[in-house]
Design a protein around this ligand. Structure first.
Ligand code: ATP
Ligand code: MG
Length: 412
């Protein structure tokens, strides 16, 4: 679990602000849900035989002996809230986004942590393939807007409760014939959750399943039609994608469209965002029979990818350096008035030497330094130094507030 410190937090704020801005233009509103839910919610939605539920959840009993879990993902809590607050009675279409910490007991490594953060979006109440294309286009738009280019949108369909059983059967038979090549985990789960085997990161399993039957060859008419339409709309609006028939996702609630935003720049942690359609989930959780689709982006991985293009911390517009008590008091008043009017101003609060004040102004990379001495103050003047041009001039303190706010160097 990481601290996010000044210097890196600016990149996080940028990633969050861009999400608010872009998701807003697609009609999404923010929803904030608790970080703790009843354990049952995750078992029922994510699925008992998934990695998350089998081994990654932070689960504990509270003082009333309720089993609670720190949320490992955001979709189930958002659906719980949607149902509990009967949001469908207020609007038949809900477009929601969230951001915040998630918790999974995983083996920590670069891009994989135990507390990590997701920015996610969900649309509830639209079955039409246009919404799949819209959500995917918004995701691609986001990556463009934050300047992360080295990514590929991969698309698949996992079918529905009608066509998946036949595919599951075909896959199980295939795996049965290749058992000796699979890892222990896969040998165990090939019967309980055969699709997970396709998602296994062990190289031997990848090899052994290279020729496994493709889910796309087993889609029913409805799913095939939906998948074709999603691709058609994506072509229409110019959102690039590739098909990856092996992508199965680690959560059981997905149906039809699934997708990942994949990169080559993060080693084996190659998924930066992932999501899909979950048409049965809301009903399974006791809500109305509404379909849903959404995604979650991993903020740590976005920030890692942003790397070089990181957002720098803000620089002060003005640093006030003073010599003596009266100038310090005057500067404190001026600084406060400027701050109240929106200028980023700083000073030395403790009466250090001028040399040390100027060193601090330098360290903070202040754009301008106003140097105020005792005699000058009495004359109503000060020295304004502009760091960029290394120029310095005497200026009148009268009206200086407005001049500084206007970002102007006064006429000499
Ligand atoms: P992976 O295959 O990398 O384990 P996942 O399929 O478990 O990912 P999801 O549950 O779909 O991931 O979560 C969506 C996104 O959240 C991922 O694409 C990733 O960017 C991020 N994410 C998931 N788990 C972690 C983690 N432990 N640390 C950091 N980011 C994570
Ligand atoms: Mg995972």
């Amino acid at each position: 679990m990481n601290d996010i410190l000044p210097g890196e937090v600016e990149t996080w704020q940028f990633l969050e602000e861009q999400a608010r801005r872009i998701f807003g233009t697609y009609g999404f509103s923010e929803i904030r849900v608790p970080v703790v839910e009843k354990t049952e919610l995750f078992c029922r939605s994510i699925g008992e035989t998934t990695d998350i539920v089998e081994k990654e959840m932070y689960t504990f009993n509270d003082k009333s002996d309720n089993s609670l879990t720190l949320r490992p993902e955001g979709t189930a809590p958002v659906m719980r809230s949607f149902i509990q607050n009967k949001l469908h009675t207020k609007d038949p279409v809900a477009k929601l986004y969230y951001m915040g910490p998630m918790f999974r007991y995983e083996r920590p490594q670069k891009g994989r942590y135990r507390q990590f953060h997701q920015i996610g979006a969900e649309v509830i109440g639209v079955e039409d393939a246009k919404i799949d294309a819209q959500v995917l286009t918004m995701l691609a738009h986001y990556f463009d807007a934050v300047g992360i280019q080295d990514v590929e949108l991969q698309l698949n369909s996992l079918g529905c409760p009608e066509c998946r059983p036949a595919y599951r059967q075909a896959l199980t038979s295939f795996l049965e014939a290749h058992l000796e090549a699979l890892c222990d985990d896969c040998r165990r789960r090939y019967q309980t959750n055969p699709l997970r085997v396709l998602d296994c990161k062990v190289p031997g399993c990848k090899e052994a399943t290279a020729e496994a039957p493709s889910v796309l060859d087993h889609l029913c008419g409805g799913c095939d039609d939906h998948f074709g339409k999603v691709q058609g709309y994506l072509h229409d609006v110019g959102t690039p994608f590739t098909i990856n028939a092996r992508m199965v996702r680690g959560l059981d609630y997905y149906s039809k469209t699934t997708f990942e935003m994949v990169t080559n720049s993060l080693g084996s942690q190659n998924a930066v965002a992932a999501g899909g359609r979950y048409d049965g989930l809301i009903k399974d959780l006791g809500g109305p029979p509404l379909s849903g689709i959404g995604f979650a982006m991993g903020v740590e991985r976005l920030a890692l990818m942003k790397g070089e293009g990181r957002i720098e911390p803000g620089r002060p517009d003005l640093f006030l350096a003073t010599l003596g008590d009266d100038p310090a008091r005057y500067a404190f008043g001026l600084m406060t008035r400027l701050q109240r009017r929106g200028l980023h101003a700083e000073m030395d609060y403790e009466g250090k030497s001028l040399k040390s004040q100027l060193r601090r102004a330098d360290k903070l990379q202040a754009r301008r330094v106003l140097i105020i001495g005792g005699d000058e103050l009495a004359r109503g003047e000060a020295q304004l130094r502009t760091m960029e041009t290394s120029s310095q001039e005497t200026i009148s303190l009268e009206g200086i507030e407005n001049l500084l706010l206007a970002g102007l160097t006064p006429a000499s």
